[in-house]
Design a protein around this ligand. Structure first.
Ligand SMILES: [Zn+2]
Ligand SMILES: [Zn+2]
Length: 277
């Protein structure tokens, strides 16, 4: 069996619709998260979202989820310390799944955030998770390794990485839900073209999406810019636009922004999209 990917959440941290909204643009989206199943059957979760309970159910129901496992996951890898990307760790604790020694793969900066804040530190002291520093290549099993690639993103609590999933020594999938802007990251072209498929930040299509917020405080590349910048890569690499805000018309297949992205060879993420690597 080849390594496989399942997108468990195509939404931004708050999902769509967000709390208190009757509807978001396009289909319901859970908060950003991806499951990886290695060739040898190891299961790794990329980001632990606030929707982790429902996403865990989806994972168990996935036809490619390996049977006869004692635990849901072998490891969780975290991109950064914004709430939509780690709050699901709550459900590993003794009040819930009560995992034992589950590998928690994250940057040293994320681990020091955990060590100095409750309830996260209790997951470590109670033995629910085993902190594994994301430095160099982290081995999941004989077929799969993970590398964290630093990217510029608001560092209020921790630094941020994109996660490179390497199967049999070949970079296969790159998970980059959050970045402040492509212009701040000169390695974008080379990293995206080195991977067979990537899921990248497509949070907003327009600076007018959140009229009550200063969009400069929550910087993300706009989809139009992303499409222009990377369309020359889509013939050779599969680029999936994800982390889609509840206001973003990219999630409406009939919108101009969605049609332009499709025409330029991009995929638009949705909950349940699976990829064979
Ligand atoms: Zn996010
Ligand atoms: Zn973030």
């Amino acid at each position: 069996m080849q390594a496989r990917i399942l997108i468990l959440g195509a939404g931004q941290d708050g999902g769509s619709p967000q709390l208190g909204n009757r509807a978001g643009v396009g289909p319901v989206r859970r908060a950003s998260s991806v499951a990886v199943v290695s060739k040898l059957g190891s299961v790794v979760l990329l980001d632990a979202s606030p929707d982790i309970r429902a996403q865990g159910q989806t994972l168990l129901e996935w036809s490619d989820y390996p049977g006869d496992r004692e635990t849901l996951l072998d490891a969780v890898a975290i991109t950064h310390g914004h709430m939509g990307h780690y709050a699901g760790l709550l459900h590993l604790g003794k009040e819930s799944a009560n995992t034992a020694g589950l590998r928690l793969i994250a940057t040293p900066s994320f681990h020091s955030f955990v060590a100095s804040n409750e309830p996260w530190n209790s997951l470590v002291t109670n033995g629910n998770v085993l902190p594994v520093p994301l430095t160099g290549q982290v081995t999941i099993d004989e077929s799969l390794t993970i590398v964290g690639i630093p990217v510029p993103h608001r560092a209020e609590h921790t630094d941020t990485v994109g996660l490179s999933i390497i199967s049999d020594g070949v970079p296969q999938f790159f998970y980059l839900p959050d970045i402040d802007g492509w212009e701040h990251w000169p390695d974008a072209d080379s990293v995206l073209s080195a991977h067979k498929a990537s899921l990248i930040d497509a949070t907003f299509s327009s600076l007018d999406e959140l009229p009550n917020r200063d969009m400069h405080e929550i910087r993300h590349p706009l989809v139009r810019d992303t499409v222009e910048r990377f369309s020359h890569l889509t013939a050779a690499s599969r680029i999936i636009l994800g982390h889609i805000n509840h206001t973003n018309h990219l999630a409406d297949a009939t919108s101009e922004v969605a049609r332009n992205a499709k025409l330029a060879g991009f995929d638009i993420a949705f909950d349940g999209l699976s990829i064979v690597l």
